[in-house]
Design a protein around this ligand. Structure first.
Ligand code: SAM
Length: 473
């Protein structure tokens, strides 16, 4: 039976409830009166539950879809402003004991190059990432208790935080590793991680079990209940996501929102982020072998609906998507973007050669440099932000949500974005990007409404040009 507050996966992600939701959405997809009422609720920034949002997803009326898009843009602007937080993934190890049929790291793949970074290699990777200008990483690893035990992950986090190269520093490490125990989540929290990210892959239990035929990840309940354990272990910023392409997108969308509702109902705080990965070609993986691929238009609609359904949850888009698709969804509510990513193990310090056996997890579509991405974002009117202040100031979980709900972004995240962009421009940017960025910062500083904050931000921006670093509100 469906119970949002249950701690059992099959009760808070009830298959029956999802099926009823989809039937309800089908029955109401042309019900203009209901759709207008749902859009009105979204316009009041109240968020939407999985049933309401599913009706909008099923609706194909062009004028209503236009309103969904306009609302998504407005909500993004009101709560997040025009800043986009930058990050890069760092692959630590691709040893894996699971049998995920969509991932080339699966145990039976004997031709992929298996690599695990040593601490020396991590220093080389992180130095290369710092030299690009990155301040925020998402570490990635396969699941392998022998090769990648929690002690290895913790040691890597320590190493990453310890590297200070020129003016560089990694100030926030997010972690994307397999579902684990409360005790291990506690240890990750103590190591100073930012967000714990775990993609559900699919909320459809039967498909989940088929897609994960072997290994510890086969256990649907253990995987689906991971965020509850993470929160029990003290991690209050967790990141959800499904891998679009594995199952019917409407099923996944309802499941994703039910998961968010569950976290809010049980822990008093919803997910910090939602990622929207789509299945990609990889070593021995052909995305065309999967039946549920989604078009770019459906993808954009999903992004817009996530934005209006959970206004205070960040949305992440990776380099799985092309420049063109990224440009489209940036306007619809994405708040975090990766740049210059490598999905191979060791790929930043030593990019893979054409004739080399790959260790990549999937092919990257957007292959531009970080400078090119930063330049492009600014030309589109966004502020690339390298800010990591919130969790360092203890603004995690509901404290971050409060900031967002009270629309304090303009007096906090916005100046932080400008100061960290200034650092980037001083230390890493090309001449052209620097010129563009300095003009943008001047213009954006004027928008800060609180006179005291504005004065301080202006002084800090000036001090950064003089060589000082790491200011934050
Ligand atoms: N092994 C961990 C786990 O089980 O969650 C860490 C995550 S893995 C390194 C990162 C994510 O990449 C996976 O959760 C999956 O959604 C995604 N992924 C795997 N294969 C992919 C593919 N072929 N295309 C796109 N994304 C893929």
């Amino acid at each position: 039976m469906y119970d949002v507050t249950s701690l059992k996966a099959e009760e808070f992600i009830s298959d029956a409830e999802i099926r009823e939701t989809l039937a309800y959405a089908d029955a109401n997809k042309e019900n203009a009166e209901l759709i207008d009422a749902i859009l009105q609720k979204a316009a009041e920034r109240k968020g939407l539950d999985h049933r309401e949002a599913s009706v909008l997803l099923a609706c194909e009326m062009p004028d209503k879809i236009e309103r969904m898009y306009a609302l998504a843009q407005q909500i993004k602007q009101d709560y997040y402003g025009n800043r986009i937080v930058m990050f890069a993934p760092l692959y630590l190890s691709n040893y894996c004991v699971n049998g995920c049929v969509y991932c080339p790291y699966h145990l039976k793949n004997k031709h992929i190059a298996r690599k695990k970074l040593t601490q020396e290699e991590i220093i080389a990777e992180v130095t290369a990432l710092q030299d690009m200008g990155h301040k925020r990483l998402a570490i990635e690893a396969g699941e392998d208790p022998v090769n990648n035990p929690i002690e290895y992950i913790l040691e890597c986090i320590d190493t990453i935080y310890s590297i200070k190269h020129k003016n560089g520093a990694i100030r926030r490490v997010n972690v994307n590793i397999a579902a684990t125990t409360v005790e291990n989540y506690r240890r990750l929290k103590e190591a100073g991680i930012g967000t714990y990210i775990l993609f559900q892959e699919t909320y459809h239990k039967e498909s989940y079990e088929k897609l994960h035929p072997t290994g510890p990840k086969h256990d649907y309940a253990y995987h689906t209940e991971a965020m509850d354990r993470a929160m029990e272990g003290g991690i209050d910023d967790v990141g959800l996501g499904v891998l679009f392409g594995l199952e019917l997108y409407r099923y996944e969308f309802a499941g994703l929102l039910m998961h968010a509702e569950h976290l809010e109902a049980v822990h008093g705080v919803g997910p910090h982020t939602i990622s929207v990965p789509r299945l990609k070609r990889a070593d021995d993986i052909d995305p065309n072998a999967f039946d549920n691929g989604i078009s770019d238009d459906i993808f954009a609609k999903l992004c817009a609906l996530i934005r209006i359904s959970v206004p205070y949850t960040g949305m992440i888009i990776s380099t799985r998507e092309s420049q063109e698709v990224r440009e489209k969804v940036l306007a619809l509510g994405v708040s975090q973007l990766s740049g210059a990513s490598k999905t191979s193990v060791g790929g930043y310090a030593a990019p893979e050669q054409e004739d080399e056996t790959t260790s990549e997890q999937f092919e990257v579509s957007d292959q531009r440099t970080l400078d090119e991405v930063v330049n492009w974002l600014m030309r589109l009117g966004h502020i690339p932000s390298f800010c990591t202040a919130c969790y360092r100031e203890g603004r995690t979980g509901d404290r971050f949500m409060e900031l967002c709900k009270n629309m304090q972004i303009l007096n906090c995240c916005h100046p932080n974005a400008l100061m960290t962009l200034k650092e980037y421009l001083e230390d890493y940017a090309s001449e052209e990007t620097k010129e563009l960025g300095l003009a943008l910062i001047e213009k954006e500083l004027e928008k800060i409404t609180n006179p005291k904050v504005k004065k301080t931000a202006c002084a800090y921006v000036h001090d950064i040009a003089e060589g000082r670093r790491d200011f934050r509100f």
